[in-house]
Design a protein around this ligand. Structure first.
Ligand SMILES: Nc1ncnc2c1ncn2[C@@H]1O[C@H](COP(=O)(O)OP(=O)(O)OP(=O)(O)O)[C@@H](O)[C@H]1O
Ligand SMILES: [Mg+2]
Length: 457
């Protein structure tokens, strides 16, 4: 029996009845008393702390974040402080049909761990759209003005943005259609502004300027409406107030934006069930597509090839990626594991290549590749990217391939023990989600607040 996808499981959660897990009642007056007798308390109404949950196919990750306040200046573009991170295995890692209640239990576990480290229980949450259900695409919108000498109004800028949004959405729909046939209603998860051009000038604020033509480029992250509804149900069952949804590839692009060179970068998030590959420019993620292949496929292949159980296979792979080959059991000797990993890398390569070709369609890929997600640990996948064939076909120079770390994420702060660094490359996308979650709630300038209005429009 094939494994379920996280999206299928989310679709079976349902909203009827009492919340399965009465988190707040369970929390009572506070839980997890420290040595000083102080307990975690539910955040006060109006508090700015937020939980962000990513229900991945392999791991459920939760982060508790808050905006970092710099003195009294609340309008300054602030950093995002990570207060705690929690991780729990997802129940869909086995090929057995999973009860949706198990997903709730795992999500609750990850969340509780993050809350315990944070010492607070946020009421509000943002949920991440499953990576395999997200497409990010860029669109352009232009308005021609009949009175070029009149100042450009906010409504005119909004109209150009709205046209750009429609163009981006149409592109995203096209990609989704190629993938899974007909797609039902789409929902815009987030929108990122790339450029505003008035006549031939690139500007940051168009309102009040004069000109004959205003062109806006923006990228939207989209998902199917049904996915959004399922996330709302999950939040309800977890007794959380859902303040929005976010998409991992868009969050990653905006989190690294400040560190992206002018030529851009490629981000490859290798998860358990899917690989998401994105082209990132200085405005964030321009295009992001995914393929349904990740570390679960390697694990399954090892099970089939060596007769190991699923958990033995995972343990063996953990030893393999950490270079601890001596600990690999006799039933799965190191040469065998390596052969399986090399074979998997070639299958992964073929699957990812189609997307890479799409990303490189108009111009060669930038020679900087960041890897993240659990599969970033596999040396064989890293090798594929720097191999001679891809180098010449998609990149015009040998790319630097680096594992995404906290130093690459802008606007992030927090004590090292609260950032979940022990989890390595697996946690970087969740930290990016934490940053994006806070930034989505509090847009910092006029153009971004217009953009954020696009999301729900
Ligand atoms: N610290 C860790 N604990 C457990 N598994 C880990 C850890 N680090 C890496 N892994 C591996 O990474 C996989 C999960 O990676 P990741 O969290 O990126 O996937 P996911 O987000 O759950 O999947 P997807 O994005 O496809 O839905 C696990 O299945 C496991 O093989
Ligand atoms: Mg993931």
């Amino acid at each position: 029996m094939p494994r379920q996808t996280i999206a299928e499981l989310l679709g079976r959660i349902g909203v009827s009845g009492l919340a399965a897990i009465r988190r707040r009642i369970g929390a009572g007056p506070g839980r997890n008393p420290g040595s000083d007798g102080v307990s975690n308390l539910i955040a006060a109404p109006g508090s700015s702390v937020l939980s962000v949950i990513d229900c991945g196919t392999g791991l459920i990750k939760a982060v508790v974040v808050e905006p970092e306040q710099r003195g009294d200046d609340l309008s300054a573009t602030g950093q995002v402080r990570v207060l705690g991170v929690g991780v729990a295995p997802s129940p869909v890692t086995s090929a057995i049909e999973v009860d949706p209640g198990e997903l709730l239990t795992s999500a609750e576990r990850a969340l509780r761990e993050a809350e315990d480290v944070a010492g607070t229980i946020p009421r509000r949450a943002m949920l991440a759209v499953p990576s395999a259900q997200t497409v990010v695409a860029l669109g352009e919108g232009t308005i021609i003005r009949f009175s070029p000498s009149d100042p450009i109004t906010r409504d005119e800028l909004a109209e150009a943005m709205s046209l750009a949004r429609s163009a981006a959405l149409a592109k995203a729909r096209e990609y989704m259609r190629e993938d899974r046939g007909d797609v039902s209603d789409l929902r815009v998860v987030s929108a990122a502004l790339f450029s505003i051009i008035v006549d031939a000038r690139s500007v940051t604020e168009a309102v009040g300027l004069t000109g004959a033509k205003v062109t806006v480029s923006l990228a939207v992250a989209t998902t199917e409406m049904a996915v959004y509804r399922n996330l709302r149900a999950l939040a309800q069952r977890l007794d959380l107030e859902l303040v929005g949804v976010i998409a991992v590839p868009a969050a990653l692009g905006s989190a690294v934006r400040a560190n992206v060179p002018p030529s851009g970068a490629v981000m490859i998030d290798i998860g358990a069930g899917s690989t998401t590959i994105a082209r990132i420019g200085q405005g964030g993620t321009e295009l992001s597509l995914s393929v349904p292949i990740g570390t679960n496929a390697l694990e399954d292949h090892l099970v089939a090839e060596s007769g190991l159980t699923s958990s033995q296979s995972r343990e063996t792979l953990n030893h393999y990626v950490s270079g601890d080959l001596g600990k690999i059991s006799r039933s799965a000797n190191r040469d065998h594991v390596q052969r399986v990993a090399v074979f998997f890398a070639s299958v992964w390569r073929d699957a990812v290549e189609v997307r890479l070709a799409e990303l490189a369609r108009e111009r060669p890929l930038p020679p900087l590749v960041w890897l993240c997600g659990g599969g970033a640990r596999l040396p064989d996948l890293r090798g594929v990217l720097t191999g001679p064939a891809w180098r010449s076909e998609y990149f015009d120079q040998t790319p630097v391939v680096a594992v995404l770390g906290t130093q690459d994420l802008a606007d992030l702060c927090g004590e090292p023990e609260r950032l979940g660094l022990l989890h390595g490359s697996v946690i970087a996308p969740s930290l990016a989600l934490g940053i994006a979650g806070i930034q989505a709630i509090a847009p910092t300038d006029a153009a971004s607040s217009l953009v954020s209005r696009m999301q729900s429009a």
